[in-house]
Ligand binder design. Structure first.
Ligand code: ADP
Ligand code: MG
Length: 584
């Protein structure tokens, strides 16, 4: 075959293959156009999962009659004009591909009326060919109708799933758009049934309601608000570790108002949770990053889901540290039980440059208050009484239960602590500080301790020798199956260190080759903390128990053990009264 230029309808179809993967992609393109046009409400009507009909109607700027034929031309856009515009793009669209692509694979009808024009205009496209525009009635704004999707692309139709599946993609997508643009009202109908009705959220109460409607009512009460400003700004909510999930279904990332599924950002959050999440669990979060558009390339992916940051390392570390810091605030405090502790992460100064998405986002105090309110006035009164003792949220130890739990009393009621899990967390955080600090406090042993292990285990321990010495251990090989321990971290003075090291060696052997997010050093620290923590059935004196409670109160993340389970809980007096049907 000779080389030839393809007919333009075929070029559009080829482009459509990239942008329009399924019905939900059409909805995304049309709704994003509506948002770019400044719509305050967007109505989406779907029939048969979008295969019969997709209709998106908005009250935005509309398209001027004279420009309408251009709107369906390839590479025709009103959103950028120059390379500089492209480099600083803030609109959702800019490639000028969506309408011509859709027109090449479906029957397309646009009815629009630009602000200031007397009458609307209609344009129909079929098989990539446009009819003559003609006058039509329409209020200011635009309606785009897409019928018989893929009718002329049998190859694509084969990949289309059932109408129900296609519609569920459309519903998820609409939810993401609605979170990205909270001020805009959305309505979604399927086969004339109302599926989603979201009024524009102009205040924090409405925003809270929208979030609850989309991600469920349990998320916000079990989340920490995060808000950081600087060169970059990050805001949103981080689900508490105890609200983690079996899948990644409750993870929302928005960058400059665009919903994205970017690997770098996802990994940064995951890393921020590494110390508080049980293996195989996934954090829940809604996060928005604001960044100078010059520093991010959104033109890296046809559907613009993946981004390219100019300084990806800096963005990654910024997000990672912000998330880690926010989660570090999950220490025991009396005002709310461990499972619902809320802390406001460092709130800084507003950059003021661009409007953040959630300008009216409830700050944590509001959520906090709401939570108290939900839990009843009686409880709030008890909490108020408890204020003077706030420095001891976990109270005073009363005794030990079955060698597993510490039972304590604070002014609000009863506190129960999982002894091993709590101590493990306290030690882990201390080990991390030692590890990251300059010179560890170590204790030299007068007589080196001999440790017997399998030769392979000794190899593993010595592989991590640098980590051990940063912690304050001094290890040396005496024989293929024998180690000498000449110094130990001051933290572990008095513990049966030889037994701990032998156990760590065994654990390392078992886990060798396993994939760990946090790398070898943290694994050693974690194993060490677990193996050195007080074990079940160890008898503790009351002062020892109190000491642990005080340490917990001072320790970051002490409300969850290293695997994300809670370390303590409490029963307030009103809750106890309820158990005993006792009216007060
Ligand atoms: P892009 O969004 O990348 O510019 P599209 O093919 O999606 O490309 O749209 C082409 C042009 O048509 C847009 O640049 C815009 O000017 C106009 N347009 C499309 N949809 C709308 C709408 N709902 N309201 C106003 N203008 C629209
Ligand atoms: Mg577009």
């Amino acid at each position: 075959m000779p080389i030839r230029v393809l007919p333009s309808a075929l070029i559009d179809q080829i482009a459509a293959g990239e942008v329009i993967e399924r019905a939900a992609s059409v909805v995304k393109e049309l709704a994003e156009n509506a948002l770019d046009a400044g719509a305050t409400r967007i109505d989406i009507d779907i029939e048969d999962g979008g295969l019969q009909l997709i209709r998106v109607r908005d009250d935005g700027r509309g398209i001027a009659r004279a420009e309408l034929p251009l709107a369906i031309e390839r590479h025709a856009t009103s959103k950028i004009a120059t390379l500089e515009d492209l480099a600083a793009v803030m609109s959702l669209g800019f490639r000028g591909e969506a309408l011509p692509s859709i027109g090449s694979i479906a029957r397309l009808r646009i009815v629009t009326r630009a602000v200031g024009e007397e009458q609307g205009t209609e344009l129909q496209v079929e098989g990539g060919r446009a009819r003559m525009p003609r006058p039509a009635a329409h209020p200011p704004g635009t309606t785009v109708e897409v019928r018989n999707l893929f009718y002329n692309v049998p190859a694509r139709r084969k990949f289309v799933r059932t109408a129900a599946t296609e519609f569920s993609h459309i519903a998820r997508l609409t939810e993401r758009l609605a979170l990205a643009a909270p001020a805009v009202a959305f309505r979604l109908r399927h086969n004339e049934r109302l599926i989603l009705e979201l009024p524009g959220a102009s205040d924090e109460r409405a925003l809270t309601a929208r979030i609850a409607r989309i991600v469920g009512p349990d998320f916000l009460p079990r989340a920490i608000a995060i808000e950081e400003h600087g060169g970059l700004s990050l805001r949103g909510w981080l689900g508490l570790p105890t609200a983690s999930r079996a899948s990644t279904d409750l993870q929302y990332w928005f960058v400059n108002g665009r919903s994205v599924r970017d690997r770098l950002l996802g990994n940064a959050v995951r890393l921020g949770y590494r110390d508080v999440l049980y293996h195989g669990r996934h954090p829940a979060y809604i996060l928005e990053l604001r960044i100078d558009p010059q520093l991010v390339d959104v033109n890296a992916h046809p559907a613009k889901l993946e981004l390219r940051f100019r300084d990806s390392r800096a963005v990654h570390d910024y997000v990672f540290h912000a998330v880690e810091r926010a989660l570090a605030g999950t220490r025991p405090s009396e005002s709310v039980p461990a499972a619902a502790t809320l802390t406001l992460a460092a709130a800084g100064q507003s950059t003021g440059a661009t409007q953040p998405l959630w300008a009216n986002a409830p700050v944590v105090n509001d959520v906090d208050r709401q939570l108290l309110w939900l839990r009843g006035a009686a409880d709030a009164a008890v909490l108020a009484e408890a204020a003077p003792q706030e420095e001891r949220p976990l109270g005073t130890a009363l005794g030990q239960l079955h060698g597993l739990y510490i039972v304590a009393q604070n002014s609000a009621g009863l506190v129960i602590v999982d002894m091993h899990a709590a101590h493990e967390r306290v030690l882990y955080e201390q080990f991390k500080l030692q590890y990251e600090g300059a010179a560890p406090a170590m204790q030299r042993l007068l007589e080196p301790l001999a440790i017997h292990c399998a030769a392979a285990e000794i190899e593993l321990l010595l592989e991590h020798e640098a980590d051990f010495s940063r912690l304050g251990f001094e290890l040396a090989r005496l024989a293929p199956d024998k180690l000498a321990l000449r110094a130990v971290p001051a933290l572990l003075a008095g513990a049966d260190v030889a037994a701990v090291i032998a156990e760590v060696a065994r654990d390392l052997g078992r886990e060798h080759g396993a994939h760990h997010l946090d790398g070898a050093a943290h694994r050693v620290l974690g194993t060490l903390a677990c193996r050195s923590a007080i074990h079940a059935r160890r008898r503790l004196s009351l002062p020892e128990m109190d000491a642990l409670l005080r340490q917990m109160e001072r320790t970051d993340r002490a409300s969850q053990c290293n695997h994300g389970r809670p370390t303590w809980t409490r029963l307030s007096l009103p809750e106890l009264d309820q158990l005993f049907l006792r009216g007060r």
